[in-house]
Design a binder for this molecule. Structure first.
Ligand SMILES: CC(C)(COP(=O)(O)OP(=O)(O)OC[C@H]1O[C@@H](n2cnc3c(N)ncnc32)[C@H](O)[C@@H]1OP(=O)(O)O)[C@@H](O)C(=O)NCCC(=O)NCCS
Length: 156
């Protein structure tokens, strides 16, 4: 469903939705150490990429950032695994990544967007995200230690 890859340019930076350009080593290397997906196996990252609309951020042909969107392309989208490498943080690239996501043609007219963040609320607020208006209506089934269990199963 992802259609033709989209590409956005800003000076020396490029954002592309072309999955073939993504650097799986870099993405897995980042995610497996980050606070929300610590220990995630490489094959799980690969499968998540395969089944998402992915946005790679590039400088000088090298990947320096990432975000992915899980969506039915009709009513709902969830944004996850957003990062910009430390070396390029604080220059407006995270905001631009969010702007490109929100402007993508396949993601227009949706009834609801979702995401989860520990401390980047200010970033997402600039793209129209707010705290849950009715948290009592939302439920989750969260398994934060799922990758520890996967590792234990592999190395009993
Ligand atoms: C969050 C992240 C993607 C932002 O990317 P960035 O390129 O550094 O961000 P930008 O330079 O575009 O600026 C982000 C804006 O959001 C604000 N912001 C709020 N919370 C923030 C946070 N936790 N981290 C970075 N920026 C934050 C910044 O102050 C800035 O606002 P401003 O325009 O008023 O100055 C990047 O810092 C990152 O990868 N952090 C580590 C991974 C992470 O936490 N990802 C988000 C998971 S939900």
């Amino acid at each position: 469903m992802a259609g033709q890859p989209a590409e956005y340019r800003k000076g020396e930076f490029v954002i592309s939705t072309d999955r073939a350009r993504l650097d799986l080593d870099l993405i897995h290397g980042y995610l497996t150490k980050c606070y929300w997906a610590k220990g995630i196996p490489r094959d799980v990252v690969a499968r998540s990429i395969e089944n998402s609309l992915c946005f790679g951020l590039y400088w000088d042909e090298k990947q320096i950032g990432f975000a992915r969107v899980i969506s039915d392309y009709a009513t709902y989208a969830y944004i996850g695994d957003v990062f910009v490498l430390d070396s390029h943080c604080g220059r407006g690239l995270g905001k631009w990544l969010m702007e490109c996501i929100m402007a993508h043609p396949l993601l227009q007219g949706l009834r609801r967007w979702g995401l989860v963040t520990r401390d980047a609320h200010g970033l997402y607020a600039q793209s129209g995200f707010t705290p849950l208006s009715a948290p009592e209506r939302h439920m989750e089934r969260h398994n934060p230690s799922v990758y520890e269990h996967a590792r234990d199963r592999k190395n009993p």
